[in-house]
Design a protein around this ligand. Sequence first.
Ligand SMILES: *[C@@H]1O[C@H](CO)[C@@H](O)[C@H](O)[C@H]1NC(C)=O
Length: 476
Amino acid sequence: MPKAPGMLLLFFCLVGAVDALHKQWIPDTNYENKTNWDKGAVPCGNDRVQFPAQRKVSVFVNTMHAVQEMWLPVDGEFILNSGAGFYVVSGQDPGCGAGVVTQFKDSESLQWFNPALWQAAATLDDLQRGKVLFSVHEESVPCQYDDVVFKEHSSFRVDTSSHQSSIPVKSVSVLGKKFEGNSEFSQYLSSRSGQLQFHGSSAVTVGNPECGDPTGCDCGNSANHQQICSTVTCASLSCEKPLLPVGHCCDMCGAIVTIRYAAGFNLETYRQRIHHLFLTLPQYKSLQLGMSKVFKSQRLMGIVPFGASPEIQVVIVDGEKGIQSEGLAKDILKDVSSHGSNLGITEAKFQASTGGSTGPPGGIVGMWVGIVFGVLILITLITIMVVLIQRGVLRMPSSLPLSLPSLSSLRRRSDVGELGGPLDHGFDNPIFDRPNMLPDIPGVYGTETNRSISMTQTGVHFVNPVYDENETDFNA
Ligand SMILES: *[C@@H]1O[C@H](CO)[C@@H](O)[C@H](O)[C@H]1NC(C)=O
C-alpha cells in the first residue's frame, strides 16, 4: 500500500508506545523550593528557620545549607541527598540579607483528587522534558491504569482522603523507586516516610492491571467526579456556545470531536498521529488537545436517556472564541474520512463553541430509531384501543358519559404500577428515575434490550454487529 512519507515517520514514532499514562504530582516539600517558604525565598545563613511544631512533614534536602537557628517539628523527617546537610554560621553570612524568621509552609491540605496538582505525559521521558498532555479534570487525577510518579529527588505530602477505602493505580514511584506490587507498597506506606508523605482516609493501592484494551480504557474516576470538581473553580467564558466535555468540571471554549471505533483502533497510535499531523502546525500551536475513551449517555430522539456507550472523546481547548479549534476539528474529520477505515474509525462528528457542528447529535441513525420507535408506540396504542373497544370497555364518542368510569379504572391500573415503587436496578440508569418515561409496552425496554445490551460496572455495552464484520476484515 503506498504511504506518504509522514506515515513512515509516524510508524517510527509509535515504536515503544505505551498504553498507561504517567501522572506526576506537582507540589513538593523540598527545602530548596522557594515556594515552600513563607517569605518566598530559601533561607540562608542569617535566617532563623521554623518548622511548626505540630506539622508532620517529610522534607527533602538536596544540598548544604547555612542557618542561624532551626526549630524542628515534633514529627517529621529530613531526607538528605548525599552531600546535603546544615551548618551554623558564626557571625554574619555576607551573602545573606539582614536575617529573618522564615517558616516552612503548610502542605496539609493538598489533595490527591485535585486535578490542578497533577500533570500527565505518555512517557517518563516526556514528563522530564515537560511534554505534558491535556486531560479533562477527571482524567488529570490518576486513573486506575496509570503510573503515578512523585518526582525523583523530592518529597511531598498528599491527602488521599476520599469516600472510597482505596485508590487503585498501576504503580507508584517515590524517590526514584517504582512500586508495582501491593505488599511492598503497603509496607512502604506504613514506614516512617510513607506515613509522613501519604495521609488521609483512603489507601493508595498499586498492582492494578494495566489497560489491556488497545482501543483505550475508561479512566474510572467518574465515581469521584464530585470530589474532583469540588476543588475546581471555573473561569468565565467569552465564546458563543460553551461546551461541557464528559469528565470535565467546567464548560470550555473549543471543540469536541466524538469518534466511534471498531476493532483495530488503537488509541495511543491515534493520539500520536493527531499530535504529529496537526498539533505541530503553527496555527494550532496554542491549542490543547485531550483524547480518551469515555462513556457517554445515549439519548433516544435527543431526549430519553437509555444507557451509555463507549466512544473516543477528543477535547480541543481554545483560549478565546474557539475559532482555531473548529479548524482543527474539521481537519481531524477530513483525516477520518480519508484514512478512517485504516485507523479503525467508523464515525466521527464534532461540535464547536463557535456554533459549528456536524449536524444534530444522534444524526441519521438517531432519527430513524426515533421514527421506528414512534411508529411502534402508535401501532400499540391503536391495538390497545381496538381491543378495549372490542371488549366494550371503551365506547365510541356518541356514548361519552358511559366511558368515564372505565377511564378511572384505567388510571387505577397504572397507579398500581407506580405503587410498586422504583424498579430495582443496581446501576445508575437515568431512565429508571423517570417511571413516567417508560412506555406500557414491556417488549421495548424489557426482553428485547436484554438480548443486545449487557450491563457491567462501567456502564452499558451494546453488542454491535459491525464490530464482528470489521474484526474479520482486519484479520484478513
Ligand atoms: C516548587 O513547587 C511548586 C509548587 O508546588 C512547583 O510548581 C514547582 O515545580 C517546584 N519547583 C521545582 C524546581 O521543582
